[in-house]
Every structure is written in structure tokens, then in C-alpha cells.
Write a protein that binds this ligand. Structure first.
Ligand code: NAD
Length: 333
């Protein structure tokens, strides 16, 4: 069986480095395209068996139809989330879809806790002050994580890894998940209803996928139930938070700290150097004006360990499909 040809869209230099390294064990013929996959670029996938995409490539039905017409057999997501793929269309067209369900939950969990600590201890401000020989502490007053109540929404791999770290800090961890894994309870956290979590938590951290049910899970109503001065952290998907509602809550001081690694409209911004551009997104720009908002550009996954695992699992997934073997990471609907 001849090895499949694959192409990566939205390739960054680090993707190329880690995929080339992992491919030493597989020997696939790989082409790397910098551009994202869209109606204009889909033609580049002609003559490839597999198309590999990332979080912000929009793989909707028209794109899938064109991929199919060009002979593409499989779509390999080099990420865990798949909200950007029309799985019904893929199934109808017979395009197999594989993903990397787990690469390093600890990478995202550690980033999550990093956002919490940076906001609670104001590291970002302290760093800049000390660089300017300003050693005054006024305005840097923080709070302990110890004995705070943290609400984890979504107790999958990343939610669990985050809970474990927070237990080490001496936090009380409450969790909500519509599919609770009761064996985990007591060990790392206590399951409660969503409303109860929202009402009790000093810090709320989102770790559920973006679906029709979770779109704007954090909206005006949810925010109104939160404690005053609550800390809200989202390292999951931007669409979980109604950003306009969050801005209102920052203005009214209901939200005291907001840490985001993801943003609703991030596909227009993230992963690019726009430092010499005019950013035409007034909502994002407003977020940046708040002193208590910390934003990172979807870098939770960005560790050496995670990138190695992403490249290896993606190539292993493709090998499975190429050899007509059952792939445990194939998405079925
Ligand atoms: P996972 O599939 O292991 O866990 C997701 C959990 O969310 C599951 O337990 C599921 O039951 C639960 N869930 C589903 N609907 C829910 C709802 N309405 N309310 C609460 N919980 C709900 O996924 P994971 O590996 O832990 O990843 C979580 C999310 O993190 C992913 O969906 C992805 O969007 C995001 N992510 C972000 C980065 C990053 O770099 N920032 C990296 C990887 C993943």
C-alpha cells in the first residue's frame, strides 16, 4: 500500500519543525502551506490524500465537497476541538475525520493556572515596573489562591488536570459536567449543579467544548449570578463567553479578573503578527483597555511536549487510515 500524500494548512515554522521530526518514523510525503484552508486555497489540496488543519481553518460543507471532488480521502485535525468541521457533511461525503483528542492536558492546565496566578498576583504589571526601576508595591496587592473556591466547568482531561494542580494550592474545587465521571469525585473535586457552581465560585474556569449547547454559556444571566469581583478564565473556546456581556460586567466591576487564551473572533487575529496593522475589532480592542484583563493568543497547547505529541498522534492517525485499520481517534457521529 503506497503511503498517502498529505498537506498541512495554516503551517507555522514550529509545525514544520515538529512534523518533520515526527515524520522520520513514518516517511509520509508532506507539503506545508502557510495559508489557511478556505474557498480560495482549497484548490491547493488537489492530488493530496489527506488534508491536515488546525483550530481556525473553517472546514464547512462547501469546502468538504470541494476536497472530496479533488480526491481527498481524510481530514486530519491537529487539535482536540472540532467545532470548525461540519461532521455531518464529512460523513455524507465519506471523508474520514481524525483528531488528536489528547496531547498534553497538563500544557493547557498549567497555562490556565498561569493566567490565574498572573491575574491574582499581577506578575504582568510587576514585570514592567521592575524593568523601569519602579519597586513600589502600590497597586500590586494580590490574593491567595489557598482556600479559594474554584469552579471547573467541564471535567474532561484538561478540567481534571487543572483540578489536580489547584488542589495543590489548597483550593476547594467544585465541578460541573453534564456527563459526570463519579469515580473522580472526592478525589479531585465535588460535582455540583452549574448554577450552584456559578454562585459559589471565586474563580470560574471553562474546560468544556464549544457546541450549540455551550455557545455563550457565560452570558448576562450567568454573570449576574456570579460573586462580585469574580475571576473568569477561558482556555477552552472563545464562543463559550458572550464577550459583550463580559465587557459590561468588567465595566460594572462584577468581573474582577478576566483571563482569556481564546476569543470569539480569534480566527481574524490569533497566530499572526499584526503589530503593524490596524485591528478592526472594537470589542477586542475594548478588552485590551482593562487593567484586569489578561489575554494570550491561544497558546495553552504551545509546549514542546504537546507539539511533539500532536505531530506524532496526527501521523499515527493517518497511518491507521492509510492501512485501513480502525483508528481510535476517528470522529464518528
Ligand atoms: P474533553 O473532551 O476531555 O473534556 C470536555 C468535557 O466537557 C467532557 O467531560 C464533557 O462531558 C464536558 N462537557 C460537554 N458539554 C458540557 C457542558 N455543557 N457543560 C460542562 N461540561 C461539558 O476535552 P479536553 O481535552 O479537556 O479539552 C477541553 C476543551 O479545551 C476542548 O474542547 C478545547 O476546546 C479546549 N482546548 C484548548 C486548548 C488551548 O490551547 N487553549 C488546547 C486544547 C483544548
Amino acid at each position: 500500500m503506497s503511503p498517502w500524500k498529505l498537506c498541512l494548512f495554516s503551517t507555522k515554522p514550529y509545525d514544520k519543525t515538529f512534523f518533520e521530526q515526527a515524520n522520520n518514523a513514518y516517511g509520509f510525503n508532506i507539503s506545508f502551506f502557510d495559508c489557511e484552508l478556505n474557498q480560495k486555497t482549497v484548490v491547493l489540496a488537489k492530488s493530496f490524500d489527506v488534508v491536515c488543519v488546525f483550530v481556525n481553518d473553517n472546514v464547512d460543507a462547501p469546502i468538504l465537497e470541494q476536497l472530496k471532488a479533488q480526491g481527498v480521502k481524510a481530514l486530519a485535525l491537529r487539535c482536540a476541538g472540532y467545532n470548525n468541521v461540519d461532521l455531518n457533511a464529512a460523513k455524507r461525503l465519506g471523508i474520514k475525520v481524525v483528531r488528536v483528542p489528547e496531547y498534553s492536558p497538563e500544557a493547557v492546565a498549567e497555562h490556565t493556572v498561569g493566567l490565574m496566578l498572573t491575574l491574582s498576583r499581577k506578575f504582568h504589571k510587576a514585570y514592567n515596573r521592575v524593568k523601569e526601576d519602579n519597586f513600589a508595591l502600590n497597586g500590586l496587592l494580590g490574593f491567595n489562591l489557598h482556600k479559594k473556591t474554584v469552579g471547573i466547568i467541564g471535567t474532561g482531561k484538561i478540567g481534571q488536570a487543572t483540578s489536580k494542580i489547584l488542589q495543590g494550592f489548597g483550593c476547594t474545587v467544585l465541578a460541573y459536567d453534564p456527563f459526570p465521571q463519579n469515580k473522580l469525585e472526592n478525589e479531585h473535586f465535588k460535582y455540583v449543579e452549574l448554577d450552584s457552581l456559578i454562585v459559589q465560585a471565586d474563580i470560574i474556569s471553562l474546560h468544556c467544548p464549544l457546541t450549540q449547547d455551550t455557545q455563550h454559556l457565560i452570558n448576562d444571566k450567568a454573570i449576574s449570578m456570579m460573586k462580585n469581583n469574580v475571576m473568569l478564565i477561558n482556555t477552552s473556546r472563545g464562543g463559550l463567553i458572550d464577550t459583550k456581556a463580559a465587557i459590561q460586567a468588567l465595566k460594572s466591576k462584577k468581573i474582577g479578573y478576566l483571563g482569556l487564551d481564546v476569543y470569539e473572533q480569534e480566527s481574524n487575529l490569533f497566530f499572526e503578527d499584526l503589530s503593524n496593522e490596524i485591528i478592526d475589532d472594537d470589542i477586542f480592542q475594548r478588552l485590551l483597555t482593562f487593567p484586569n484583563v489578561l489575554i494570550t493568543g491561544h497558546q495553552g497547547f504551545f509546549t514542546q511536549e504537546a507539539l511533539t505529541a500532536i505531530a506524532t498522534t496526527t501521523l499515527e492517525n493517518i497511518k491507521c487510515l492509510n492501512e485501513n485499520n480502525a483508528c481510535p481517534n476517528q470522529l464518528e457521529i
